[in-house]
Every structure is written in C-alpha cells, then in structure tokens.
Design a protein around this ligand. Sequence first.
Ligand code: NAD
Ligand code: ZN
Length: 231
Amino acid sequence: MAKVVIFSGAGISAESGLSTFRDSDGLWEKYRIEEICTHGCLNWNRENTLTFYDARREQLSSVTPNAAHYAIAKLQEQYPSDIALITQNVDDLFERAGCKDVLHLHGFLPRLRCEVCGKTHLIGYTKQERDFTCKSCHGSLRPDIVFFGEAAPMYEHLYEAMEECQFLVIIGSSGNVIAMDHFALHVKVSILNNLEKSEAINERVYTKVIYKKATEAVDEIVLDVERFLQL
Ligand code: NAD
Ligand code: ZN
C-alpha cells in the first residue's frame, strides 16, 4: 500500500480553466447545484441535468492539464507503488498528464453509468445521446457523477488508503465536501495547499500549510515527498 496519499479537489484544476464551486463561471452561475447535482434531479429535472453535463464535457475537451498535474504524474512515475492519487475531481486532467490508477471519489465526467446494472460506458467529451441505453441490460444511462445526497462507494477506498498513509498531501480542496483534518492528525507528515484559508479546515493540524496556486506550490511539495521517500 502507498505511503503517500495525494488528495485533490477542484482547486488543482482551476488553473487549467475549470472553475471551482466558489469561483464564478458561466456554467456554475447559470444553474443551481441543487438543480443539477443533487439526488433526485435526474427525475424531476432530467433534461437540464443532462444538458449541464454535456456542457461540462465539452468544456473539458477544451482545457489541458497544468504544471501541477504533470509534476504529480512525474512523481508517481518515479515512485509508482508509494503514491496513491485520490481526487474529488471528475475531470480527466490527471490521466491526460500521464497519471495511473487515479481514484475518482465523485465519478468521472467522460463516462456514463447504467442506472440499472451500474456498468459504465466511456463517451469521452461527446454529448449523451438521449436514446442510447446500456449495452449490457438496455437500462437508461446517466452521467457517472456522484450527486449530493447519493452514495459514494469509492469513499471506502479512501478510508483504506488512509489506514496505510504516512504522508498526506491535500491540494485544492476547501474541506466542505470531504473533511480530511482528522486524517492529518494520524499521519507523520501532512501538507495542505490551497489558495486561501477555508472555514472548513483547521490548518493547525497540518505539518505544513502553503497558500499559493497549486502550480507554484507543487515543486516544494514534490521535493518534500521525495525527501520523505528517500529516508
Ligand atoms: P471547492 O470548490 O470547495 O474548493 C476549492 C479549493 O481550492 C479552495 O480551498 C481554494 O482555496 C482552492 N484553490 C482554488 N484555486 C486554487 C489554485 N489555483 N491552487 C490551489 N488551490 C486552489 O472544491 P472541493 O473541495 O474539491 O469540493 C468541491 C466539489 O465540487 C467536489 O466534490 C468536486 O467533485 C466538485 N467539483 C469538481 C470539479 C472538477 O472536477 N474539476 C470542479 C468543480 C467542482
Ligand atoms: Zn445496464
């Protein structure tokens, strides 16, 4: 199991041009999270919800990984068995930077999921064909995204990874959706990198706190991880 867990949120993709929840941006401003990202909205607001994710896929096709994604990919390449990559992000920027085995806690935008059997189907950056059904069971398909109020089965793997973790890195997460402070208390070293303080994070439990853009903080973070792994 990996000694180092790199846990990321929307902030790491912000410099690629994908906005976080807090930033303002055309897409997030046009829709309310309760209407397109909450349990039940596929029932009462299905067309708008699917249209929203069509637009996000299109947007994803127009952005590229940034220096933070690439630096983490390089680090993972050097220490493949020591680094676990866990993200709340649904974009594929880590994968496009060359990262392997990224655990997506909240789903994956280029994928649809069968509402009946759970099988997933890659559609890349294309629009979801409304009459396209599951190849296995002909069930209806939905974006493979975990909405608020829905079960998040991948969280179990986060807890497993944190049992073995000795060095925790958090990049670009406000702590509002997943609280990580209690994990930071139980590891040897923890680094928090955000743009600014968050009310949902107790920064005193972290060994090091870096309030900078991820692309500016990542070299220092990589160096600290390398030193730790070379001990
Ligand atoms: P959040 O929007 O709640 O918080 C973003 C955090 O990133 C903030 O703490 C902010 O200080 C920090 N940040 C902003 N720009 C940064 C930068 N350039 N460098 C470093 N840090 C930066 O994000 P969250 O904690 O990930 O929770 C939001 C939820 O929204 C998640 O569940 C996620 O699935 C979803 N989401 C995903 C994407 C994506 O896939 N790219 C985008 C928006 C939202
Ligand atoms: Zn199916």
